[in-house]
Design a protein around this ligand. Structure first.
Ligand SMILES: Cc1cc2nc3c(=O)[nH]c(=O)nc-3n(C[C@H](O)[C@H](O)[C@H](O)COP(=O)(O)O)c2cc1C
Length: 312
């Protein structure tokens, strides 16, 4: 069996066309820009898909600097959804995605349910856009974002609105901070999500001891990187036992071993974020190491080990 067949996946969906990917590695939103500008740094054909920067109806300038801080085993960011806005994305980026043949999923963020609907409606049918990831989990904006992801009712309302607006695959990205991840996962599944991304960053902060004040301009930020991995893994494990739509793992993945753990916990695919910002060759390495592991272990397809670590 060749590499492509072993790693090729279809995120089966009941309500939209299946999303076919060459491999289960996606680059996480906000860590790979709009993909096209990375041409000189990374092999654009290596990842199964790219997830665009969080996109809003109007362009946004984002939060005051500093927006990034290193922490032990991870980093904090408080970008505040700086982005070019959905119309510019459709006009300037989507045609390039279409031409280059890469798979790009657009991450969207609104401050009202209607805004999420409008974003999804504008992206529906746009060539070059393969799916929508609904961000209801951004800890770095004042209005919207995380507040929709903290309760099953609001998460469900946003998902239903996006579902109504588009026939594209709808992936809903959840927060680790709600305290009721399983209930929210069930709610978005019932509202028509095709897949769930687990997880976004976890709210955190750092203090500059010389200036005697918070290090980030936004005071708090989102923690990402290896420190997040055990939290993400336990959430994937928990939710995999509850919903039957595909889960896309995200949080601290930097090696094939990390990815395999998430697949064994029940994920169908996985995202790489912070590790890619540190080293753009990480996706190619993970894919190659994943394939070597499958050959060594005589695994014919990634689905063969999906959820195998679930203790019934
Ligand atoms: C600089 C930066 C910007 C991000 N921007 C977004 C965003 O716009 N939308 C979103 O849903 N997640 C965003 N995220 C969260 C990542 O997509 C991902 O969920 C998180 O970083 C955890 O994965 P990691 O540990 O592999 O980085 C951002 C993360 C970072 C580090």
């Amino acid at each position: 069996m060749n590499t492509i067949t072993r790693l090729e996946i279809e995120l089966f969906t009941s309500t939209s066309k299946p999303l076919k990917l060459n491999n289960p590695l996606l680059l996480a939103s906000g860590t790979c820009g709009y993909a096209v500008e990375l041409d000189n740094f990374t092999d654009l054909q290596a990842p199964g898909a790219f997830i665009s920067k969080g996109t809003t109806l109007a362009p946004r300038e984002g939060n005051p600097q500093p927006r990034i801080a290193e922490t032990g085993n991870g980093m904090l960011n408080a970008i505040g959804l700086e982005n070019i806005g959905v119309d510019a994305l459709i006009k300037e980026k989507a045609p390039i995605w279409h031409k280059s043949g890469i798979t790009v999923i657009v991450n969207i963020a609104g401050s009202t349910v209607d805004e999420y609907y409008e974003l999804a409606a504008r992206l529906d049918g746009v060539s070059g856009v393969a799916g929508i990831e609904v961000n209801i989990s951004c800890p770095n904006v004042q209005a919207g974002g995380l507040e929709f992801g903290l309760k099953p009712e609001t998460a469900s309302a946003v998902t239903a609105a996006v579902r109504k607006a588009t026939s594209l695959p709808v992936i809903v990205k959840l927060s680790p901070g709600s305290g009721c991840t399983a209930d929210i996962a069930q709610a978005v599944t019932s509202a028509g999500a095709d897949a769930i991304t687990l997880i976004n960053t976890f709210k955190g902060m750092a203090i500059d001891i010389h200036k005697r004040k918070p290090l980030l301009g936004n005071i708090t930020g989102g923690l990402s990187g290896p420190a997040l991995k055990p939290i993400a893994l336990s959430m994937v494990y928990e939710v995999a036992g509850i919903v039957d739509i595909p889960l896309i793992a995200c949080g601290g993945i930097s090696t094939a071993q990390d990815a395999i753990e998430f697949i064994m916990a029940g994920a169908s695919a996985f995202q790489v974020g912070t590790a890619f910002m540190i080293d753009p060759s990480v996706p190619s390495r993970i894919i190659s190491d994943l394939d070597n592991f499958f050959v060594e272990q005589d695994i014919e397809h990634v689905d063969e080990i999906k959820g195998c670590a679930q203790v019934k």
